[in-house]
Design a protein around this ligand. Sequence first.
Ligand SMILES: Cc1cc2nc3c(=O)[nH]c(=O)nc-3n(C[C@H](O)[C@H](O)[C@H](O)COP(=O)(O)OP(=O)(O)OC[C@H]3O[C@@H](n4cnc5c(N)ncnc54)[C@H](O)[C@@H]3O)c2cc1C
Length: 343
Amino acid sequence: MTEQRVTTDVVIVGAGPVGLFAIFELGLLGLKAHVVDILDKPGGQCAELYPEKPIYDIPALPVVSGGELVERLMTQAEPFEPVFHLGHMAEKLEKLDNGNWLLTTDYGMVLEAPVIVVAAGGGSFMPKKPPIAGIDAFEGNSVFYAVRKMEAFRGKHLVVAGGGDSALDWTLNLQPVAASVTLVHRRVDFRAAPDSVEKMRAMVEAGKINFRIAQISGLEGEGGQLTGVKLKSPEEGEWVEPCDILLPFYGLTMKMGPIADFGLNLHENHIAVDTEKFETSVPQIFAIGDINTYPGKLKLILSGFHEAALMAQQAFRYVHPDKKLRFQYTTSSSELQQRLKVA
Ligand SMILES: Cc1cc2nc3c(=O)[nH]c(=O)nc-3n(C[C@H](O)[C@H](O)[C@H](O)COP(=O)(O)OP(=O)(O)OC[C@H]3O[C@@H](n4cnc5c(N)ncnc54)[C@H](O)[C@@H]3O)c2cc1C
């Protein structure tokens, strides 16, 4: 893993709806943003938990699905050319002698900026680990809860476990790359999109994928290297399915994670902020959206949008202490319209 280093105006932790709208509000003021998210796609809870559910309380959109809202926010942010670092967990935050902050991700990105915006929602989505004795010893070597680079699995014998979208998507995507793919799910029905299930069943029929209805009861291997997973089912009893890699996809839970160690004042697992700028107890670090708390806080997307707008004003002052900030409307300011690439 090679370390990559970038310097920018603002680093946003979290590409949920509020982090995405923050790109827009910062962009209007001429500030560039890099966005870090542990997930492999933008959208936070909207994309991960309810992409197809209708939302009815976004101003001027009487009804919009979680997925469509994310698409619209991405389009709105586009003129400002944000740089996304998806699949990266923000892990460490340090203050530099030059007054900037240095944020390091678990995947070797180092981002320097005068302003950090924590838009981490309910926290990072963490994989639910299967309760299999001794699994820790194999993690990172031959047990993985996410696919970061498909190439890492080329020519390997894979067992993919789970019945949701991630399990099905990775079964289908890795099939052409892997030496073999065995999908293990405890029942015949799946939670995943019907289209993926259909594709998977066709591949099983064609002999390209193995599908076993079973539960994982143990792991076999040494020195962190799996040689097989023990499976059991009421019909077939217990057996060992040989493999090099196990990819369990049993859903996600949300935890505050490393942000709890960023040195910010917390109140009941949320980051305390003021309501003028949504700045935390540490100057130049802001918290917006579901992750923050203040008297009267409502965990709604629209509250996060308002917080992003006010945060951006103060962020500008930190990035350009020598410049005057002018309040302008998008309808009438040619400067804003140029930034929006509409003039
Ligand atoms: C089922 C359901 C229905 C809802 N319906 C509505 C509704 O109708 N109207 C409404 O206004 N709200 C609704 N909400 C709430 C709404 O989804 C949240 O208020 C909103 O998602 C908060 O946005 P956010 O950007 O603050 O955080 P999130 O959407 O939680 O996004 C935070 C992002 O930060 C990332 N992250 C966290 N920690 C790290 C880290 N250390 N490193 C990297 N990335 C990190 C996470 O992976 C995530 O992608 C609903 C929520 C649910 C679950």
